[in-house]
Design a protein around this ligand. Structure first.
Ligand code: SF4
Length: 392
């Protein structure tokens, strides 16, 4: 799969459409390089592509096995990835089966986005086209953030690129975009009228892309900052977050419920931003930079064995029984899923795999989770016991 990136890439479109100045500002910030998550995602995409090509008989079994063996040699390959890519292939084939008769499916389709973004291009994992609809499908291997299809600029751009590429051959009038996120059992789609999508491209994407490419200093902070290369040093983001300190509270000495709600709304941004700035400053300090009023010290550490085998043999020589020295511990569920496979583990363990109710947590009204009842049990779980209070 191609790894080249456009300056205004489709994958970062949510950021630069909202904050076109982030493109020029990011030029001044060092590229953090690829992370292990990105490398894992790249391998998962290669495996997904391979399985899909095999399922569609684009590869012989011999070719498939040879390429599969190569992927399986990677340290990132595991049962969870195998299962997730099976999920993806099944979901894509379901979408294909549901498409109109005569539909065609393209894998890793290169798309020009130049009509809206100078030098813009992208690659859609899958494009399905028929005479009524065109569909762009994107695999998301990550599981940290659930990705929705609705108003998703990256998916919409793939849909636009595909619509323009195939528009002269097919007669579709709607564009469907689909995200498949196997590790969250999540498949989500949006269907947009082609004319509306073209309007969005012309009116919302193209002007922002030009601003971004021309190096505008127009910036706006928001949710999209968390993926910005400039996120730790950006003044706009700092000002946005520090607004919390400038809140004008009412006169009474106690904050009202409304004011507490306002603090909560900003505290999340503020906390994430503070952690990111802290991490950035630590990395810089370790590289030799001095921040006035701050110094590097050794953090707290815990005792550990220098050599576990020698510790055991020394204690056994001192008369302790081997069975007393070791404790057997079961793998955690994530580790076990990697080993056994998510579906297989659930099927094998049945009721032995339970999901207790989580501790209550306050989230904004916009959060998609259903509001939970404030039950006595939840309250009790959240309230300190007498023993805990005594230990303070
Ligand atoms: S951190 Fe946020 S406000 Fe600053 S440039 Fe990046 S996206 Fe824009």
């Amino acid at each position: 799969m191609p790894t080249k990136h456009a300056r205004c890439s489709a994958s970062a479109a949510h950021r630069w459409i909202n904050c076109p100045g982030s493109v020029a500002l990011s030029d001044q910030c060092p590229d953090p390089g690829t992370s292990s998550y990105a490398d894992e995602g790249t391998l998962a995409h290669s495996l997904a592509e391979l399985k899909l090509r095999h399922a569609l008989k684009e590869l012989t079994t011999g070719q498939y096995k040879k390429q599969l063996a190569k992927i399986q040699q990677s340290d990132y390959y595991n049962a969870e990835m195998d299962e997730a890519t099976d999920f993806y292939v099944d979901a894509v084939l379901e979408e294909f089966a549901a498409a109109d008769e005569g539909a065609e499916l393209m894998i890793e389709q290169q798309l020009s986005l130049e009509q809206w973004i100078p030098e813009g291009f992208g690659t859609s994992d899958v494009v399905i086209v028929s005479n009524t609809q065109i569909q762009a499908i994107d695999l998301k291997y990550g599981k940290g953030i659930k990705v929705e299809a609705k108003n998703n600029p990256q998916l919409r751009l793939y849909g636009l690129g595909a619509a323009v590429l195939f528009g002269s051959v097919y007669d579709f009038d709607t564009v469907k975009t689909t995200v498949i996120q196997p590790r969250l059992d999540h498949v989500d789609s949006e269907v947009v009228i082609l004319k509306e999508l073209l309007l969005w491209g012309e009116e919302e994407v193209a002007p922002r892309a030009i601003m971004a490419m021309e190096g505008t200093d127009y910036m706006a902070a928001g949710d999209w900052c968390r993926f910005c290369p400039a996120k730790t040093r950006c003044r706009k983001r700092a000002e946005f977050n520090l607004e919390l300190a400038r809140m004008e509270f009412q006169k009474p000495p106690l904050l009202s419920d409304e004011e507490i709600g306002e603090v909560l709304a900003k505290a999340d941004h503020l906390q994430k931003w503070a952690e990111e700035v802290n991490q950035y400053a630590l990395e810089q300090a370790l590289a030799g930079k001095h921040f006035e009023g701050w110094k590097l010290v050794e953090g707290r550490s815990i005792r550990k064995y220098a050599d576990e085998t020698k510790v055991a043999s020394t204690l056994m020589a001192a008369g302790f029984d081997e069975a007393m020295l070791y404790q057997r511990k079961l793998n955690g569920i994530t580790e076990m899923e990697k080993l056994v496979g998510k579906k297989k583990l659930a099927a094998t363990l049945g009721d032995l795999l339970i999901k207790p109710a989580g501790k209550p947590v306050l989230v904004p009204e916009s959060d998609k989770r259903e509001a939970s009842n404030t039950t006595e049990a939840a309250k009790a779980d959240f309230t300190n016991t007498d023993d805990e209070i005594a230990s303070f």
